[in-house]
Write a protein that binds this ligand. Sequence first.
Ligand SMILES: C[S@@+](CC[C@H](N)C(=O)[O-])C[C@H]1O[C@@H](n2cnc3c(N)ncnc32)[C@H](O)[C@@H]1O
Length: 332
Amino acid sequence: MLMLGVRVPLKEGEKVRRRLLELGILNKEYKIKREGEFLIFPITKSIEGFEIVETNFEKAQKRPFSYREIVNVPEKLKPLLPSSFDIIGDIVIIELPEELIPYGKNIGEAILKVHKHIKAVFMKGSKISGAYRVRELIHLAGKKRTETIHKENGIRLKLDVSKVYFSPRLATERMRIFKKAKKGEIVFDMFAGIGPYAILLAKKVKLVFACDINPWAIKYLKKNKNLNKVNNVIPILGDVREVAGQIRADRVIMNLPKFAHEFLKEAILSVKSDGIIHYYGFSHEDNLFGEHEEKIKTIAEKLGRRVEFLERRVVRPYAPYQYNIAIDFKVL
Ligand SMILES: C[S@@+](CC[C@H](N)C(=O)[O-])C[C@H]1O[C@@H](n2cnc3c(N)ncnc32)[C@H](O)[C@@H]1O
């Protein structure tokens, strides 16, 4: 079928393409055609000021918007397909309901087709557990590689998704803390992992002590120091209970929501007078902050300190009716 097109010399191609897009007359259902030193753009209606030709165009292949449009699973299971997943570097980690597990390979392959920069797809094989806060991963498609480099808040973080904890969903929260931190501060990141808080903060503050009990986390934290050219992070491998009290920080980060309440004594002992603690926890929606704040007050009083609550926030949903919350407080 003959259609209308705009014919332009190659070197004017990009300028004209943008102009046709602005005018809303570029027909994106068809491919732009090359003829020697000229390009012919498919258009939906004629326009003055351009050379208009009549020609055939090839149909453009529509890039699927979501893997759900192309995945091979029984029709009745399609409503169960997750609409989102975590992307860490070039690796996808997806959570599948039981009914979809037999189709894991198809789902992984569909994700690879739609997201060209993704090289490997894994499925969550267990809940996050243990002191290291890691989960089992089951390979679905692509490379069987678990090491990657994730970019976040202008820094690069190398990690092995099967050996350390990392959640890309906390990027905004980390930036929030970065904005609050001040030049000249000493920061104590009690549960540092591979360093997404520590490395970011090191770009602004004087010194960051970064502790973690998982040797893999500290191994990657050291690599990430080099990768981001920061030398004011001091990695500490070990149980934070043995370190706390030896450090006096202006700001303490307690990013271990499941157990942070068990480490309040250590955090308070490590913070200077007028210093700030960023506390994280999990709560039921009926009592988001109350219980945590009571605990904070009680432990501070036992240690002869007073607290002033500065900010309370819901960071993200965690499970049905459960939220990951944050409380910032000053210790006097
Ligand atoms: C939820 S992860 C957070 C990691 C990091 N802050 C992040 O945002 O990716 C908690 C970390 O605390 C570490 N951890 C758990 N118990 C610990 C302890 N007693 N002492 C030091 N680190 C601990 C785990 O190994 C894990 O890397």
